[in-house]
Ligand binder design. Structure first.
Ligand code: 13P
Ligand code: SF4
Length: 303
């Protein structure tokens, strides 16, 4: 039996589902029950009523969100080290300090945060719904973190005053994209359109034809009539884009944009995760209860 056959057999036997983020290795995406962005993965985890186990092939904060939203299911992450560095840039005690500095202002936290920090906020958001979430609040000023670039995007699109916390919160992978390099590539591929993630710098976002979450970029590519795309997000997404659009060409705006944390997961680790039921993702009840409120409030906002 091949590794893929073994994974399929165990998945069935244990009533398990495999959820994978759009940045996962091609061979993982190809056998996953669902491949998507952060909000898509959250929703799918909640929709899978019969599943007893979720193998979450992504990074820590995504698996944690699934565990918080699905207390009746066992959630496992195949690699212990798969941690999003940005999610660790805004510890809960810092959120508390910012709240003290700006009393009464609502706090919106990107899902790329740890559960303890989520427990301190009013509502969570992803890159797909950040503008909707902020617009849903009856407030002209909003505390927003931890991604300064997504905060900039939200400020532009909502016109509200955004207090971006911490002072320097960013995704190391998306910081690798450069405006000058993309302009240079546009000269090389004059008929290409540029689609980037809002974790890219304001300069990069400003020269893009489309800015959106990973799944929104996939949707844009499916619906657009353009034949060539310069893609400004982690290179793992190219596999899905090519699979869904065999007649179109996708060029990474920087081919070194690899999130090493996302890439820790392998087929072998997924097999071991299923077989040995490791590594369990658990959140203490007192934290989960508060974080769940912020996540459920986000999920309740229509797509
Ligand atoms: P998406 O929700 O757009 O998939 O983004 C998650 C992420 O970590 C981007 O770096
Ligand atoms: Fe975190 Fe950036 Fe990796 Fe996304 S790409 S998981 S934000 S480090």
């Amino acid at each position: 039996m091949t590794l893929v056959d073994e994974i399929r057999r165990l998945r069935k036997q244990k009533k398990a589902i495999l959820l994978a983020h759009n940045y996962q290795r091609p061979e993982i995406q190809d056998i996953a029950d669902y491949v998507g962005d952060s909000i898509g993965l959250c929703r799918r985890a909640m929709e899978e009523k019969d599943a007893k186990i979720i193998i979450f092939s992504a990074v820590d904060f995504m698996a944690e969100s699934a565990a918080i939203l699905n207390p009746d299911k066992k959630v496992f992450i195949p690699s212990l080290g798969a941690r999003c560095p940005m999610a660790h840039m805004l510890p809960a005690e810092d959120v508390r300090l910012w709240k003290k500095k700006h009393p009464g202002e609502p706090v919106v936290l990107y899902v790329n945060t740890l559960a303890e920090s989520k427990a301190e906020c009013d509502v969570c958001c992803t890159s797909a719904n950040a503008v909707k979430v902020v617009n849903s609040l009856d407030a002209d000023t909003v505390i927003f973190g931890p991604d300064n670039n997504l905060a900039w995007n939200v400020q532009q699109k909502t016109g509200k005053k955004i207090i971006s916390i911490p002072k320097d919160g960013f995704c190391p992978t998306h910081l690798l994209f450069q405006e000058e390099e993309i302009l240079f590539l546009k000269e090389e591929y004059p008929d290409a359109v540029v689609a980037v993630h809002p974790e890219c710098t304001p300069e990069v976002q400003s020269i893009a034809d489309f800015v959106g979450s990973t799944s929104q970029i996939c949707e844009y590519a499916r619906e657009s009539s353009a034949k060539k795309y310069l893609i400004g997000t982690e290179v793992g997404i190219i596999h899905r884009l090519e699979k869904e659009n065999p007649d179109k060409i996708f060029i990474p705006a920087y081919d070194g944009a690899v999130c090493t944390n996302m890439k820790l997961n392998t087929l072998k680790r997924i097999y071991l995760s299923l077989k040995e039921e490791r590594y369990p993702v658990t959140v203490p009840d007192s934290v989960a209860r508060k974080a769940r409120k912020a996540l459920e409030r986000m999920v309740a906002i229509p797509k």
